[in-house]
Design a protein around this ligand. Structure first.
Ligand SMILES: [Zn+2]
Length: 321
């Protein structure tokens, strides 16, 4: 079933958008600011104005001590809940009905994502509890090996462990979204092979255009596409171009991935508030990307697909399953 765009017209000239990754929650904790309005890259008011209909919000903490990670993640979940109990035109998405309710109420759909399974310690059996707390998406690792899988920046990236395999089973049982951003190559292919629902790489670009380990090789992109997955292209300058990162170079990544596997596998994963400097100064500037896509010769339908429809189809698949 396809999710129809809302009637609302954003600052992207009528286009609506879905963004697969931002890190605003970890910045919000103890900041004194709200999810609705803040000086960071992303807030709900500006995102609604820009036409964003759904946003993944990462729960993120990096620390050697898993207990410290768990506490930080719980604080971010508490912060998320506190923000949604206030006056904000947004709704936490727990299932398919919530997507429909958000559309009907012209509210932004917010999806909680755990970026790295370190908060589970060694115990995949804790995942259903995270699901119970509203977390619907999980990235197995954040850059470094953990009890479950290998990280892409680890000096010796591990493969999927037996705990990792059990974690995939737990995720599949409750209908979670698997995100393979930040995961090392061996674990990447093993997870794709073993996870039946659709998979995303929420924020990464093409390594053939910019040779960074966080970007995906052609073979990784093709394998993801064969499994019906999507890639959220990313605004971090280091992942766009080594010498001259700019919006035009980001469009080269979109062009490249589209010609390699088809435009239906391309989506957006900004990384707002995940780095100080991005190619856009904030969510309010998404109109620049929409204009750039229009200037690149993509058809109107293709532009809508990249900005919104591909991710909407993905969400309807994973939530309807
Ligand atoms: Zn990340």
């Amino acid at each position: 079933m396809k999710i129809k765009p809302m009637a609302r017209h954003g600052a992207t000239g009528g286009s609506v958008l879905i963004d697969l990754h931002c890190d605003t929650l970890s910045k919000l904790v103890n900041s004194g600011y709200s999810l609705r309005r803040n000086p960071f890259h992303f807030d709900v008011d500006r995102a609604l104005e820009a036409g964003v209909t759904a946003q993944f919000l990462a729960l993120f903490s990096h620390n050697q001590d898993d207990n410290a990670v768990l506490r930080a993640i719980l604080q971010q979940i508490a912060c998320f809940r506190a923000n949604l109990s206030g006056p904000v035109k947004a709704r936490a998405i727990a299932g398919y009905e919530d997507l429909a309710r958000a559309r009907a109420g012209d509210e932004m759909a917010l999806i909680l994502h755990l970026e790295g399974a370190d908060a589970l310690g060694q115990d995949p059996g804790l995942w259903p509890l995270f699901h119970h707390m509203g977390v619907r998406s999980l990235g197995l690792t954040w850059n470094y090996n953990n009890a479950f899988a290998g990280g892409v920046l680890d000096p010796d990236p591990a493969g999927l462990t037996s705990a990792g395999q059990r974690l995939l089973n737990e995720m599949e049982a409750v209908g979670s979204i698997l995100d393979l951003a930040h995961v090392g190559e061996t674990s990447y292919y093993q997870a794709l092979e073993r996870y039946s629902p659709a998979v995303m790489v929420s924020h990464a670009n093409a390594r053939s255009i910019c040779d960074h380990p966080r970007n995906l090789s052609d073979h990784q992109i093709m394998t993801l596409a064969e499994h019906g997955g999507i890639i959220g292209v990313n605004l971090v300058p280091d992942f766009v171009d080594t010498n001259n990162p700019n919006l035009n170079r980001l469009l080269d990544h979109i062009d490249y991935i589209s010609s390699l596997v088809g435009v239906e596998h391309v989506a957006l994963g900004s990384d707002f508030d995940g780095a100080d400097e991005l190619l856009l100064s904030g969510v309010e500037d998404y109109a620049l990307l929409a204009a750039g896509l229009n200037g690149r010769g993509f058809t109107h339908q293709e532009v809508e697909a990249i900005l919104h429809d591909n991710a909407a189809v993905f969400l309807s698949k994973v939530f309807a399953a």
